[in-house]
Design a protein around this ligand. Structure first.
Ligand SMILES: C[S@@+](CC[C@H](N)C(=O)[O-])C[C@H]1O[C@@H](n2cnc3c(N)ncnc32)[C@H](O)[C@@H]1O
Length: 232
């Protein structure tokens, strides 16, 4: 990631994103009930690694698997998590392009090796999280994240997405509508996505149900999906 804005700084290998720093505690507060009863968490798009470091610091008993599309950020993720005390379990980041089926398959293979499990065809994770991906990536990526989460979650597990979204095609505020225009100006494939479109992919292609939509500060939402609790 190239240092391109005032909100992005670099110290050694650590990339520091100011918005990520501001929302890390707000997000953790919502995740706590899920992390309390979780063994294995995978984060899609760990970015700088600030979030996973913050969450793992609080939950040493949970195994966290970071992933990132931009492999140049691996050194930042690893630099943050190197600061954790022994016993905090963050695994090495894995490359994940959410549109690539072979990358999701690789995640299942790696988790199987890590845990010494002979045959975990799917259902490897209790919780999958992603923050601020859908609006700043193509729809192909966003829908790929949903399909992939459905693939790697165990039955009954949760997928939690945080970020800016529309509801029923409507922006929650005028500033979110302007944000959408700015994003599309930067890249025509980007833009604030409809919760209902994501829900459709989850329900029709990923065996997940949207169980809750939480209002979050700064006009963001947290979407909580649960994998259907029955193996085929
Ligand atoms: C704004 S950053 C969010 C980083 C971090 N989650 C945070 O909240 O600070 C957007 C993220 O979108 C992810 N992304 C973009 N294209 C992707 C793709 N094809 N597959 C998976 N993730 C992708 C990148 O990995 C990047 O981390």
């Amino acid at each position: 990631m190239v240092s391109s804005s005032k909100s992005e700084l670099k110290s050694g290998n650590k990339v520091f994103l100011a918005p990520t720093d501001r929302n890390k505690e707000i997000i953790l507060e919502q995740l706590r009930p899920f992390l309390d009863s979780t063994n294995y968490v995978l984060e899609v798009g760990s970015g700088s690694g600030q979030h996973i470091y913050h969450f793992a610091k609080e939950y040493p008993q949970v195994v966290f698997q970071p992933t990132e599309y931009d492999t140049s950020l691996f050194s930042s993720i690893e630099a943050y998590t190197a600061d954790l005390d022994a016993g905090h379990n963050v695994l090495r980041p894995i490359e994940l392009d959410a549109t690539k089926q072979e990358h999701w398959k690789n995640i299942i293979d790696v988790s199987r090796q890590e845990r010494g499990e002979a045959e975990t065809a799917h259902g490897a994770y209790d919780l999958v999280i992603s923050t601020n991906i859908f609006h700043i990536a193509s729809w192909e990526v966003g829908s790929g994240v949903v399909r992939g989460a459905g693939q790697i979650l165990r039955p009954g597990g949760f997928y939690i997405a945080y970020g800016a979204f529309k509801r029923n095609g409507k922006f929650s505020t005028e500033s979110n509508a302007q944000f959408d225009q700015t994003l599309r100006g930067r890249n025509p494939d980007w833009g604030v996505r409809d919760i209902e479109a994501i829900q459709m992919v989850a329900e029709e292609e990923a065996r997940m149900t949207l169980v809750e939509i939480r209002d979050m500060p700064s006009n963001n939402y947290m979407l909580i999906f649960q994998k259907i609790d029955v193996e085929e």
